[in-house]
Design a protein around this ligand. Structure first.
Ligand SMILES: Cc1cc2nc3c(=O)[nH]c(=O)nc-3n(C[C@H](O)[C@H](O)[C@H](O)COP(=O)(O)OP(=O)(O)OC[C@H]3O[C@@H](n4cnc5c(N)ncnc54)[C@H](O)[C@@H]3O)c2cc1C
Length: 435
């Protein structure tokens, strides 16, 4: 590895690979370093890969809408066909239940309207065509599984829902990451696997490269932290962790795979169900399964993890709680005795909104704190990071005069300062995976 690089990217998850692709297109010589053996083996592999538009802030909705087009255009965007196959977007639509917590989707609807995204408003009595087995009782506020009132309806009905036809999921998140790696290599990017970064080199007050576990040093004037749930460790190595207003921290998350109720072809007819009333989201999964994840209601314990390389990978009561909650809404959903699904880590920021930013160490950048909700935005985040790095290395003082990122599909600009490490905690956030 004696070659010269302009940029070292720590991490080869979906965001690290998309950042490499975008920087390579701009002419930068990039090297991605990952401690695992292949691209996308970190938290990206555990992703539910849901592509949806309902975020709590207008900027969140806008970024997701722009990102949606990258997935629609995937092979054209990457300019290559991966011999291993191409991941693809499957459109299913998303049914989003109105709750007090999401303010009856008032702001989401405003953002969708502003972007010209079509949606339907549905009353509780209009949900049957969408979910034949639906129970429209409200269970809000949610309760933890051990609460004596768990599973008891409140006596009210859910206030209704918004149906967003343009939503779905990506067939295979790990394959999509390999697709992005191959596309980046096609533009000259290099990748180094099975190699752990243990330090960030500094010279003359700026970033100078990285030190590897085997003692090797690789020089580059720019280093990007895209280390997912390990992001806080890399920021500590760079000496900038305590110079940021927003911090990141790994959190364990469980995803359940459960057979669909008898008679329901959910693999064919299913869609994304974001049900804040019970505190769960779900989508169809192969084998006619429901894939169920948590929307992190306040009553649930938060499974913070100190060491992302050493944590309990077993299912806990979170799994049981999620499946039982989903079964309140979807009548006939079986509750299996054996658990099947995914255990992985989110990289959670203080307000569950990502940090796409420079740092106080010149030449050191980060795309971190993705809080369980940035797989869908990886290609557009890669493009924004590449633009940000080019602008800052060209002299832009992004902290004072934030980089304005051009959203090519939406033909508008997004103030990248929204994702600043030094923002105040965004009180409009859901403080959950919804972002
Ligand atoms: C269970 C689960 C479900 C999710 N569902 C969705 C969803 O439906 N929709 C959505 O939009 N998002 C979802 N997400 C979030 C999404 O998957 C992440 O935001 C995204 O995959 C993050 O990509 P990344 O490239 O930043 O990180 P990662 O994929 O975690 O990649 C980071 C890489 O850095 C490497 N690394 C770390 N430390 C070092 C080091 N010291 N040296 C070398 N390499 C290092 C790791 O090995 C890893 O490969 C989900 C996440 C999880 C865990």
């Amino acid at each position: 590895m004696a070659a010269n690089y302009d940029v070292i990217i720590i991490g080869s998850g979906i965001i690290g690979c998309c950042t490499a692709f975008e920087l390579s297109k701009l002419g930068y010589r990039t090297l991605n370093i990952d401690k695992l053996g292949e691209a996308g083996m970190g938290s990206t592999a555990g992703s539910c890969a849901i592509i949806r538009l309902h975020y709590s802030t207008p900027q969140g909705v806008t970024l997701a809408r722009e990102g949606y087009y990258y997935w629609l255009d995937w092979p054209k965007y990457l300019e290559i066909r991966d011999p291993s196959g191409m991941a693809f977007y499957r459109n299913t639509g998303a049914l989003v239940i109105k709750t007090e917590t999401n303010k009856h989707l008032r702001y989401v609807k405003q953002s969708l309207q502003e972007l010209g995204v079509g949606f339907l408003e549905l009353g509780p009595d209009e949900l049957t065509p969408y979910l034949p087995n639906v129970d429209t009782s409200s269970y809000f506020p949610q309760k933890w599984v051990d609460d004596p009132d768990f599973g008891k309806p409140s006596g009210r009905q859910i206030p209704g829902a918004v149906w967003v036809p343009e939503s779905g999921y990506i067939s295979d998140p790990k394959l999509s990451t390999h697709n992005a790696q191959v596309a980046a290599e096609n533009k000259g990017a290099k990748f180094l696997f099975n190699t752990r970064v243990i330090d960030i080199l500094k010279k003359n007050g700026r970033t100078a490269g990285v030190k590897l576990e085997n003692g090797t040093e690789i020089e580059a004037p720019v280093v990007v932290n895209v280390a997912g749930p390990h992001s806080f460790q890399i920021n500590e190595m760079a000496g900038i962790a305590d110079k940021m207003n927003i911090k990141t921290r790994p959190m364990k998350q469980e995803v359940a795979h459960v057979p669909a109720p008898e008679g329901l072809n959910w693999e064919r007819d299913g869609y994304m169900l974001s049900d804040g009333d019970i505190g769960c989201y779900s989508r169809p999964e192969v084998g006619n399964h429901f894939l169920i994840g948590s929307e992190d209601p306040e009553c649930d314990p938060r499974l913070w993890v100190d060491d992302p390389d050493d944590y309990d990978r077993n299912f806990t009561d979170q799994y049981r709680c999620m499946v039982m909650r989903e079964a309140m809404r979807v009548k006939g959903l079986p509750i299996p005795n054996t658990y099947q699904g995914v255990v992985d880590l989110y990289d959670v920021s203080d307000d569950w909104i990502p940090i796409y930013d420079k740092s106080d160490l010149p030449g050191f950048y980060m795309a971190v704190g993705t809080s369980g909700n940035q797989y869908k935005n990886a290609p557009v985040a890669g493009a924004m990071m590449a633009g940000l790095i080019r602008a800052c290395e060209g002299g832009l003082d992004h902290d004072r005069n934030p980089f304005q990122f051009n959203l090519k599909y939406l033909d508008r600009q997004l103030d990248a300062g929204f994702f600043s490490r030094n923002r105040e905690i965004n009180e409009n956030s859901s403080f959950s995976v919804i972002g």
